[in-house]
Ligand binder design. Structure first.
Ligand SMILES: Nc1ncnc2c1ncn2[C@@H]1O[C@H](COP(=O)(O)OP(=O)(O)O)[C@@H](O)[C@H]1O
Ligand SMILES: O=C(COP(=O)(O)O)[C@@H](O)CO
Length: 587
């Protein structure tokens, strides 16, 4: 239960402000997260980590000498936006390139990859290693599909330690990849967690029961049992992890760093009782324990639960480069190891201010269309506000339950941006582009990034001069649909919003090509989207967070497809009411 907040929507931002105020010796605020407030050698590879907030000390608490140079910090349980990641990486760059590392979640991958592409286009070399330590989330031969949990720490630490030695970007990447190969985690939980302002927990675990393999955003586990004794839990965790020793490591004589991680509200004392037995079992298996960790390294807000990570530093007799790097001193707000030499504060220009974008006014006709765009965005807000709980409910069945909240954050930000653009005299294209950027920036997550792509594509066809015809709008929607599949790599049938978007776009194009006016064509297309979204209930998810718990979601439609169908249906009504967009090419 979270008890203290001001406005729930401001919680993540205010948390970062307070975190920075309390840790100025280590970090300074930049738009999108934090970077070190101390100097780093010129040319040193910058290690940039990040993800949703709610996992403290991941990610901002791990910024400082010997560890990350910067952390992109998204909203609670939602990946940071592309813009946030880009800002943080620019501020962290020391001229030696940027190395990104983060847990393998769909929203993070979309947004970090887009930021990486943008940086590369600007001439900044970047590489990425996603952390995939959670052995519950996919089979061993599909390790690249696994989620990242407390194993983040080992990969971040090895990358940062390599950067400290002056290693170049390729070498940092190689070592981080090796660290990820050598890291395995397994977790359990006894309660769900409740985000600020929410009346209900995001998910629950029945009293007296333990969810085995529950993810750090409540992704359903693989089993549920009665809560065992502390020793029983240690036996479960260790046996699962010893069953999956990484390739190339012989158990007897190997050296391992055990990390017993608290997920938020488990007592340290309870963890020490569990660790007592963990240590015995590891030693009994003939494995040498190095530098054990018991504490909180990657939490899940106030969830009661724990995970065990084994980081295999070396096999028997192996002269391990990982072991040498693991000795690197670290000094960050939440994590210290060894002793770091005194650091010089970095004098940096104030980068917290965001520069207001100048708006090039549209012509009179386009300004009138911009008012329709604004009405459509307001409709999106009303639609999401009405359905926010239901969208959260269906997302919780196989996802993390935040689809409604994320869409709400994005659409409200879009409305504020569109309103400001219209007030400044913007044309329709600029108005919708501002709304798109605000949506993706404030929503973060998977759907935030994808709605940014859709709306930006439509904006590109609206332009700021004259009134667009129905064909231009259909072409814009088609470009948005292609953009989403290019970017997110989902296909029809994968149980994502693509299942509603593609039929919507095809039906719109077909109706417009057949001579229908925009309002009628849009209604026909919205009906197709609604039918297609409902039909996703029968599908097994193959993308996104729901992928790992496919069976749970059969019988429930995909939340992203449903929200898309709801939005296009409601926008159709607004278009009919406003009737201010030219109905066809020749009218
Ligand atoms: N690769 C993808 N391509 C298109 N849509 C996707 C993809 N992955 C997930 N989605 C959509 O995103 C929706 C979830 O959005 P959101 O709640 O923002 O996700 P998350 O919290 O997982 O970042 C899913 O219901 C699905 O429609
Ligand atoms: O939830 C997180 C990011 O994943 P999404 O796919 O955007 O939900 C975050 O907490 C972990 O980085």
């Amino acid at each position: 239960m979270t008890r203290l907040w001001n406005e729930p929507a401001d919680f993540a931002d205010q948390m970062i402000d307070g975190f920075v105020a309390a840790n100025e010796r280590y970090v300074r605020r930049v738009p999108g997260g934090v970077v070190r407030s101390t100097t780093s050698p010129a040319g040193q590879v910058a290690v940039v980590v990040g993800g949703g907030s709610g996992h403290y000390p991941a990610f901002g608490g791990l910024v400082g000498p010997g560890l990350a140079h910067g952390a992109a910090m998204g909203n609670l349980f939602a990946s940071p936006s592309t813009k946030q990641i880009h800002n943080v990486a620019k501020a962290a760059d020391n001229g030696g390139g940027v190395f990104f590392s983060y847990g393998n979640y769909a929203g993070d991958v979309l947004n970090f990859d887009a930021a990486q592409e943008r940086l590369r286009a600007e001439g900044i070399a970047c590489e990425t290693v996603t952390v995939t330590d959670d052995i519950v989330s996919a089979t061993a031969d599909e390790k690249r599909k696994r989620r990242g949990i407390a194993g983040d720490l080992t990969v971040f630490r090895i990358a940062a330690a390599a950067a400290e030695t002056g290693a170049d970007l390729a070498e940092v990447t190689r070592l981080a990849r090796l660290a990820n190969e050598r890291t395995r985690s397994f977790g359990v939980a006894f309660t769900g967690c409740t985000l600020p302002g929410a009346e209900q927990p995001l998910f629950t675990v029945p009293e007296g029961r333990m969810a085995v393999g529950l993810g750090i955003h409540g992704e359903p586990g693989i089993d549920e049992t009665d809560i065992p004794t502390a020793d029983g839990l240690a036996e479960l965790l260790v046996s699962r992890l010893l069953d999956e020793v990484p390739d190339g490591v012989e158990l007897a004589g190997a050296r391992v760093v055990p990390i017993l991680n608290g997920l938020g509200s488990l007592k340290y004392e309870e963890m020490f009782v569990v660790y007592r037995r963990v240590a015995q079992l590891i030693t009994d298996a003939g494995v040498e324990i190095v530098d054990p960790h018991v504490g909180e390294y990657c939490t899940s807000f106030d969830m009661a639960g724990t995970s065990l990570t084994l980081f295999w530093l070396a096999g028997a007799g192996e002269d391990s480069e990982l072991a040498a790097l693991w000795d690197t001193p670290v000094d960050t707000p939440a994590y210290r190891r060894g002793s770091v030499s005194p650091q010089q504060p970095r004098v940096a220009a104030d980068s917290t201010a965001t520069v207001a974008e100048a708006v090039e006014p549209g012509d009179e006709a386009s300004q009138s269309v911009a008012r329709t765009v604004l009405a459509a965005v307001r409709t999106m807000v009303d639609t999401i506000d009405t359905h926010v709980d239901e969208l959260g409910r269906i997302d919780a069945i196989a996802g993390d339950g935040d689809h409604g909240i994320g869409m709400q954050r994005g659409s409200h930000a879009a409305l504020a941006a569109a309103t400001a653009a219209v007030d400044a005299g913007a044309g329709a294209g600029t108005t919708l582009a501002h709304a798109a950027d605000a949506w993706s920036d404030k929503a973060g997550g998977t759907s935030g990034a994808l709605w940014g792509v859709i709306l930006n594509a439509v904006a590109g066809k609206l332009g700021d001069q004259g009134r667009p015809d129905a064909a231009a709008i259909a072409t814009g929607v088609a470009a948005g649909s292609r953009g989403v599949t290019d970017y997110g790599k989902a296909e029809v049938g994968d149980k994502t919003l693509v299942d509603a978007l593609v039929p919507f776009s095809s039906a719109l194009t077909q109706a417009v090509d057949g001579g229908a006016g925009l309002t009628d064509a849009w209604r026909t297309a919205a009906d197709a989207a609604t039918r297609a979204a409902a039909a996703t209930a029968d599908l097994l998810p193959r993308m996104g967070r729901a992928r790992t718990h496919g069976q749970n979601s059969v019988g429930t439609p995909d939340p992203g497809a449903i929200s898309l169908a709801l939005i296009v249906t409601a926008v159709g009504e607004t278009l009919a009411a406003e009737n201010s967009v030219k109905e066809s090419a020749d009218v």
